[in-house]
Design a protein around this ligand. Structure first.
Ligand code: SF4
Length: 159
C-alpha cells in the first residue's frame, strides 16, 4: 500500500478549497493500491484555510522545535502541523506503508522543496520556495518511509 496526498487524488482539501488532481494517482486509489491523507486537515485545520509557510526553516527544524508554521496573516499553526504529521505517521505504520507520494512545495507534504517565509530587505515578509522537506514528509522520512513528489512519480510513470 502507498500513501498519497489527498489533494493529488482529487479531494478538495487544498487551502483554498481546490485540489491538485493527477489522474494517475487517483487511479492508484481506485485500484485499492493507495490510501489518501491530508495532514493539515488531520491536524484540525479547516478547508478553506489560510496558506501556511514554514518560517525560515524546513520540516526537520519544525520537528526539532526550532522553526514555526505561520498562516499568511501571522497566526501560528505549528501545533496543528505537528499533530497532522503524527497522525499521518500513525496511519502509515498501521498500514505498513513503505512509500508516500506527496505534493511538492507544500509546507506539510513537500519532499524536495517547500514554501518558506523570509524577511525581505524592506522589513516585510516574502514567500519564497526553498529546498527542504515539509513537516509530514520529514517525519515519515525519519521513520524510514520513502517520500517522493508527484513530479518524480510522473517522471518514473512515463519512462
Ligand atoms: S496538506 Fe498535503 S494533502 Fe493536504 S492539501 Fe496540502 S498538499 Fe494536499
Amino acid at each position: 500500500m502507498i500513501l498519497v496526498s489527498a489533494c493529488l487524488a482529487g479531494i478538495r482539501c487544498k487551502y483554498h478549497g481546490g485540489d491538485n488532481l493527477i489522474p494517475e494517482i487517483l487511479a492508484l486509489v481506485e485500484q485499492g493500491k493507495a490510501l489518501t491523507v491530508c495532514p493539515e486537515e488531520l491536524g484540525g485545520l479547516s478547508t478553506p484555510r489560510e496558506a501556511v509557510d514554514i518560517e525560515t526553516g524546513d520540516g526537520f527544524q519544525v520537528l526539532a522545535g526550532s522553526a514555526r508554521c505561520l498562516c499568511e496573516g501571522g497566526r501560528e499553526v505549528t501545533t496543528e502541523f505537528l499533530q497532522g504529521a503524527s497522525k499521518v505517521l500513525q496511519i502509515a505504520l498501521e498500514n505498513n506503508i513503505k512509500l508516500a507520494i506527496l505534493k511538492e512545495r507544500s509546507p506539510s507534504c513537500g519532499s524536495s522543496c517547500i514554501y518558506n517565509r523570509v524577511q525581505n530587505n524592506s522589513n516585510g515578509v516574502e514567500r519564497t520556495i526553498v529546498q527542504g522537506m515539509g513537516v509530514t514528509s520529514a517525519l515519515l522520512y525519519q521513520n524510514g518511509i520513502k517520500v517522493i513528489s508527484e513530479e518524480q512519480f510522473l517522471r518514473n510513470y512515463h519512462t
